[in-house]
Design a protein around this ligand. Sequence first.
Ligand SMILES: O=C(O)CCC(=O)C(=O)O
Length: 273
Amino acid sequence: MTDAEKYCFDVHGYLVIENALSPDQLRSANAAVDAHSDRVSIRPNDLARTSSTLKGTTGRGDLGGMLTWDKPHCEIFRQMIALPVFAPYLEELLGPGFRLEAMSGLLMDQGAEGFWFHEGAEPHDRSRGFLYRNGRMFCGMTNIAVQLTDVGPEDGGFACLPGSHKANFPCPDEIRLHHEHKDRIAQIPAKAGDAVLFVECLMHGALPWTASHQRRSILMRYQSGPVTEGGMGTYTPPPFYDELTEAQQAVLAPPGYRCEDKGSQLYGNKQKG
Ligand SMILES: O=C(O)CCC(=O)C(=O)O
């Protein structure tokens, strides 16, 4: 992560990582989604809540289970969870041993409703916070949304209030519902193959989708090594674990403490202290 990227992420809470997928990877991901169009579950227009500006004529389409799809279609998603291009960002923000918490596909056809603006740093949430301390950023849940289709400046889709990951006051509902101060909300354009990196505590949501092509965004949620939001019980590796590379296995490993370099010989073996 360059100094310029760190500066922008600290100030705004998000970044666009350009060309995260190669053209071949992008083709494979779209082919896989096409082949599973019958698995898309259309939501019952429940995301806009009572907003008059976010409402749509249809619900968002949700897609899950991509890591378990038959080969070759699962393969691109298994690559995506541990793409080398993402590792420096996740390591910087979440530390060594960052883990995948969830992966889902968000599909929006023309007219699909937006999503009310949620999160926003107040109240401060232990697993979803943002903190700058000792010269470093420490993030709670951190997301990477890989765009499988172009998102133009007027198309809708992912939008946020830049800087709200450091908010101190609760956000009034009229802003969350996109009724007031709409000009503060930034819709984030991106090209197919780009990825939007954002910290979950950034106030974010989506604007209704206006483009004639389908919005396709693959949202991956990561946490730092010891943190999990749904980890009760004994951890069982997924059935496809042995088919994964070491880097892919690492992001699906059970939650646990990974010692960071403490700058002392006493921590030299980097074992749990
Ligand atoms: O449509 C989007 O990109 C926003 C998604 C989102 O906020 C969520 O699923 O929690």
